[in-house]
Design a protein around this ligand. Structure first.
Ligand code: HEC
Length: 152
């Protein structure tokens, strides 16, 4: 049909024009001394889970897949990373005060056990990021032990 062809052509042209707009993807930084991973001894299995399921929004080491460079997807991904880093950035872990750490550990426990994190849209694109029961209990135990250690 002619109308379908015209609409498709217009959409493609819009998509092409959009690519000239800034992608607004937050930049990555190399691992620094404040990174959770480099700072202190975090159990390897915890690091693996966080890296696999959380770091793409809550660290300065985001793995951007190819589609995240295409506007308007780039804007959605960029917003998640900006907001995610604002709430909790594992790359700034060493800079948080003890009081802040406790608050964030509590929030991590809450988000993970309720299944609110990782975000559903992220799981849709990264099915392996979904936490199973065992992974949830590993994270919960880690947050409990950590808070206990801080309060000691
Ligand atoms: C796709 C990006 C994305 C991923 C992956 C992700 N988050 Fe988030 N997270 C966000 C965004 C955006 C917010 C802020 C908005 C909100 O609370 O929904 C947030 C908020 C949070 C908060 C603060 C909640 C509050 O209200 O105090 C915690 C804690 C958190 N995330 C933990 C995690 C953990 C742990 C993982 C991995 C298991 C994870 N997130 C994976 C994007 C993400």
């Amino acid at each position: 049909m002619k109308a379908v062809k015209i609409i498709s052509a217009v959409l493609i042209i819009i998509l092409i024009i959009l690519q000239f707009f800034p992608k607004r993807l937050p930049e990555n930084l190399p691992l620094g001394p404040s990174d959770l991973i480099s700072g202190e001894s975090v159990p390897g299995e915890v690091v693996e889970i966080l890296r696999n399921s959380c770091f793409d929004c809550h660290s300065n080491q985001v793995h951007y897949p190819w589609y995240s460079y295409v506007v308007p997807t780039a804007w959605l991904v960029g917003k998640d990373v900006r907001e995610g880093r604002g709430e909790l950035n594992f790359s700034e872990w060493g800079d948080y005060s003890l009081r802040n750490l406790i608050g964030r550990l509590d929030a991590i426990k809450e988000e993970v056990s309720s299944g609110a994190m990782p975000l559903p849209a992220y799981i849709f694109m990264h099915p392996k990021a979904k936490l199973d029961e065992e992974q949830v209990s590993i994270i919960v135990k880690w947050t409990d032990d950590y808070i206990e250690k801080i309060l000691e």
